[in-house]
Design a protein around this ligand. Structure first.
Ligand SMILES: Nc1ncnc2c1ncn2[C@@H]1O[C@H](COP(=O)(O)OP(=O)(O)OP(=O)(O)O)[C@@H](O)[C@H]1O
Ligand SMILES: [Mg+2]
Length: 211
């Protein structure tokens, strides 16, 4: 069993890589859940809609941060902890590092304030591994644009300017350097299959998976 979090810019390929891992776990009959933030619970998914919508009143930066943390507290208590208790793997799309990257890096809120709130909302529950899908901002914007061309609307974060995304990428890279043992950084310009090979080696090295 393991608690693994995937982080990165929008369009970095988190969902695609998570699917490859989940397929492998299913093949090995290893119990796992896939979950995401913001969201993960019924209440969290309702709040996600409010957070990402582009109409209506936008939350101010501090309100936005607290809404994310409320979603996280609910998620940890009602979904992540029970799954771990049952011996299941938890694969989570975004977690505490996103709050630091988006709200400190992106919005300019103090990193220490966010760290305290992260500790509070998670009841100090850390994942065993953060996987960062590191992608140049130009490439992320290209992938978001492709989806827009395909008819999907941009959410509130995807509408931000390039510099906002640059600060998020910089924050992610800083976090991964500060706590190198906790992070695996992958070059997200690679194919999902190539990234998965690197991830799998790491999981085998940690003895979470058999080769
Ligand atoms: N390794 C890759 N190389 C090139 N394109 C990719 C790769 N992985 C995913 N894509 C494409 O980029 C887009 C986003 O992929 P995906 O949904 O997996 O990313 P994501 O990180 O989950 O994005 P989001 O944060 O918006 O949920 C999709 O159109 C997908 O086909
Ligand atoms: Mg996704």
């Amino acid at each position: 069993m393991a608690f693994i979090v995937f982080e990165g810019l929008d369009g970095a390929g988190k969902s695609s890589l998570i699917q490859l891992l989940a397929n492998d776990l299913t093949r090995s009959s290893m119990q796992h859940i896939i979950t995401r933030e913001p969201g993960g619970t019924a209440l969290g998914e309702e709040l996600r809609t409010i957070l990402l919508r582009t109409d209506g009143e936008a939350p101010v930066a501090r309100a936005e941060l607290l809404l994310y943390q409320a979603i996280r507290a609910q998620h940890v208590e009602n979904k992540i902890k029970p799954a771990l208790k049952m011996g299941s793997w938890v694969i989570c799309d975004r977690y505490t590092a996103s709050s630091i990257a988006f709200q400190a890096g992106g919005r300019g809120i103090s990193e220490n304030d966010i760290k305290s709130l992260n500790d509070f909302s998670t009841d100090h529950l850390q994942p065993q591994l953060f996987v960062l899908l590191d992608l140049p901002v130009e490439e992320s914007l290209k992938r978001i644009q492709k989806r827009v061309d395909g008819g999907q609307n941009k959410d509130r974060f995807e509408q931000e300017e390039k510099d906002f995304h640059e600060r998020i990428r910089t924050s992610y890279l800083k976090q991964s350097k500060e706590d190198a043992n906790l992070w695996l950084v992958l070059d997200a310009r690679k194919s999902s299959e190539d990234m998965y090979k690197e991830l799998k080696s790491k999981l085998i090295e940690k003895k979470w998976l058999k080769s």
